[in-house]
Design a protein around this ligand. Structure first.
Ligand code: PSU
Ligand code: MN
Length: 326
């Protein structure tokens, strides 16, 4: 498992066709490889939230705080990104700085982008979809993030949308637990829950009966299954995996003291949607542009909320991973 990035890149080119994604070559850091070998709890973290979801400066602070949170909870953090054609699972301090640098200009890589990016020696940040794929290939079972991608709301003038995040389809076929605070309200939450049902992805609410809405603790929609302890989550994962190769979603609401004001939230959402309609933003740019509007127009309030919820998710994910590693 332990190998230098250069070696792993060579191995990757040699593997012409890998039928089993779990056997695909990835490059764990020394620390992550040792933890996996020893059966120590490991928690995957994504990099798109750093490069495309948070402003630079703030992103490195959050990245460090997330890794620290995971360590304090007794697990090893594995932040995932693709650098110079190498699928890295666990970043060194220098690599993390590169991902967070203002001039990083990393691509946003979803699962379908991995092959072309690796083949061309490209660099990019990984979304929930691609982070899940690489984490699973490394042998990691638990992944913490802020918000899951989902079904977008129709833009002004559209009656429906085909913009459905690959996060959903990938979760339907990748056995990993994703701990998040639901989807952003910039998405169609009921439609996203329907697509998760179609993908046979179990949705658990942590200590709540209503599905969270990222900046807000509740979307008002019922959560299919409530769990109240990391142990219960671990047991549900074990039982689920005996019958299914789909992933699982653990929805953890934002801590009450960090929740955004609902009126401010609703105003920013309306403005953000109008903005992407006017500017004809589409595809992978939609989420980053909406997030940027929330962050600037709230004077940073949404950033604080975002940071607190991801940190809480990293902690909960670590507690579940520790439970699983017992
Ligand atoms: N939601 C957030 N912040 C983010 C993202 C989602 O609150 O940074 C990122 C995640 O990496 C997620 C991706 O996997 O956006 C979804 O993008 P798309 O809708 O283009 O699939
Ligand atoms: Mn999309």
């Amino acid at each position: 498992m332990t190998s230098t990035p250069r070696h792993a890149a060579a191995r990757h080119v040699a593997a012409r066709h890998v039928a089993d994604p779990a056997a695909a070559p990835v490059t764990p850091s020394t620390e992550v490889a040792e933890a996996l070998d020893a059966g120590t709890a490991v928690v995957a973290l994504e990099s798109t939230i750093l490069s495309h979801g948070l402003p630079s400066g703030r992103n490195l602070e959050v990245a460090a705080r997330l890794e620290d949170t995971v360590r304090r909870a007794g697990a090893v953090p594995a932040t995932i990104a693709v650098l110079d054609g190498t699928p890295l699972v666990g970043l060194t301090a220098a690599q993390l700085e590169r991902v967070c640098a203002p001039d990083a200009e990393l691509d946003k890589l979803s699962a379908r982008d991995l092959g072309p990016a690796l083949a061309s020696g490209g660099s990019g940040a990984t979304t929930v979809a691609s982070t899940s794929v690489l984490a699973h290939a490394a042998g990691i079972d638990v992944f913490a993030t802020g918000g899951l991608g989902g079904v977008h709301l129709p833009l002004p003038g559209e009656s429906a949308t085909w913009d459905v995040s690959a996060d959903l389809a990938v979760l339907g076929r990748t056995p990993i637990l994703v701990v998040c605070s639901g989807m952003k309200s910039i998405l169609d939450i009921p439609a996203t829950l329907e697509v998760l049902e179609t993908g046979s992805v179990p949705v658990l609410g942590y200590g709540v009966d209503e599905f969270p809405a990222f900046y807000l603790r509740s979307s008002g929609l019922p959560v299919p299954h409530r769990v109240d302890s990391p142990d219960r989550v671990a047991r549900a994962m074990t039982a689920h995996s005996a019958f299914s190769s789909a992933g699982m979603l653990l929805a953890n609401p934002i801590p009450a003291e960090a929740e955004m004001d609902r009126d401010l939230h609703d105003r920013l959402l309306a403005e953000g949607l109008a903005k992407i309609g006017d500017a004809a933003v589409s595809g992978a740019d939609v989420t980053p542009v909406l997030l940027e509007h929330f962050h600037t127009a709230s004077g940073g309030a949404s950033l604080d909320a975002n940071e607190e919820l991801v940190v809480a998710n990293a902690e909960l994910a670590s507690r579940v991973a520790v439970e699983l590693a017992r």
